[in-house]
Ligand binder design. Structure first.
Ligand SMILES: Nc1ncnc2c1ncn2[C@@H]1O[C@H](COP(=O)(O)OP(=O)(O)OP(=O)(O)O)[C@@H](O)[C@H]1O
Ligand SMILES: [Mg+2]
Length: 286
């Protein structure tokens, strides 16, 4: 469980707070999406969970961040690594090996597992992530989507309770992005891993996450089920985040009194909404 209370952070040398008054609780097993424009503080928030802030990135830190009851400021980095696995925004900076198998083995060996355990975890993760065919490939020869999967595999092999991913689909095409989300859903549902994903593609968040957090200028502005959050279309516009078109259409239909059902989150639900409106229109003789 993650518990953040009255937390704020200002990087050394910066003249403004990167994070302001963050209060956030994430229960075990949640699948949470984090969205916001560039500079909103998304990466900084993830750094507070991995302990990078304030241990690696120095500055003024306020309030508290607890992971499984451990205070991230007071606890040792290695205790935290065992609970929170993170996939960086720039995965190339995270990769240490040149071959896929070695990349996965690196973390396992550093954690000091026995030979049998390492081999069992390696085999297991290759199957879970569906990357057995990449095992002996050079990392430099992989596509963006394959590389992301390997980065996630290296973390999943360590069996963390929480995985934090910073824009893992940023460089990926739509199909590879979907694959990553399906994979994360599987890890979340089958193994109960808590997932916190920073993502700009709002449609993917609407489709996959249980809970959507919106950040702006270092603060959390919305936090709740995607359906409740996206209906605040005018605030989204002010912030500069595009809401899905079906949501905008829903708002317009509601304003005209033509629709009062639930906010659609994807094309199928949008179609249902339009059919309902058309049916109602026919009844009313429009
Ligand atoms: N190492 C750093 N030193 C000083 N200021 C920083 C540092 N990293 C980030 N910042 C500042 O902190 C604020 C939040 O940045 P952060 O990287 O957390 O935003 P973000 O939401 O992840 O943005 P992006 O979508 O571009 O990745 C920004 O004003 C940024 O300039
Ligand atoms: Mg970022």
């Amino acid at each position: 469980m993650i518990e953040i209370s009255k937390m704020g952070f200002q990087y050394s040398g910066s003249d403004r707070m990167a994070l302001r008054d963050i209060n956030l609780t994430i229960q075990d097993g949640e699948f949470v999406g984090l969205i916001g424009v560039s500079g909103a503080g998304k990466t900084s928030l993830t750094h507070t969970l991995t302990g990078m802030i304030p241990h690696h990135y120095k500055g003024d830190f306020y309030g508290s961040v607890r992971v499984n009851g451990m205070d991230t400021v007071e606890c040792r980095g290695e205790d935290l690594y065992r609970i929170v696995g993170s996939v960086f925004q720039d995965i190339d900076s995270q990769m240490v090996a040149s071959v896929v198998e070695d990349e996965i083995l690196y973390g396992l060996e550093n954690f000091g597992f026995s030979r049998e355990e390492i081999s069992e975890r390696l085999e297991n993760v290759l199957d879970t992530l569906g990357i057995r065919d990449l095992r002996y490939r050079a990392l430099s020869s992989l596509s963006g989507g394959q590389k992301q999967k390997v980065a996630i595999a290296a973390i999943v092999a360590l069996r963390p309770q929480i995985i934090v991913l910073d824009e893992p689909t940023g460089e990926l095409d739509p199909e590879s992005s979907l694959q990553i989300f399906r994979l994360l859903r599987q890890l979340n549902k089958e193994f109960g891993i808590t997932v916190l994903i920073v993502e700009q593609k709002i449609m993917l968040l609407c489709e996959y996450v249980d809970r959507m957090i919106v950040m702006n200028e270092g603060a959390i502005v919305f936090d709740g089920p995607a359906r409740d959050v996206v209906r605040h279309t005018s605030t989204f516009e002010d912030i500069g985040i595009n809401v899905p078109r079906v949501v905008t259409l829903c708002g317009q239909l509601q304003k005209k009194g033509l629709y009062n059902g639930q906010v659609p989150l994807n094309v199928e639900e949008g179609e249902k909404m339009v059919r309902e409106v058309l049916r109602g229109g026919r009844h009313a003789g429009i």
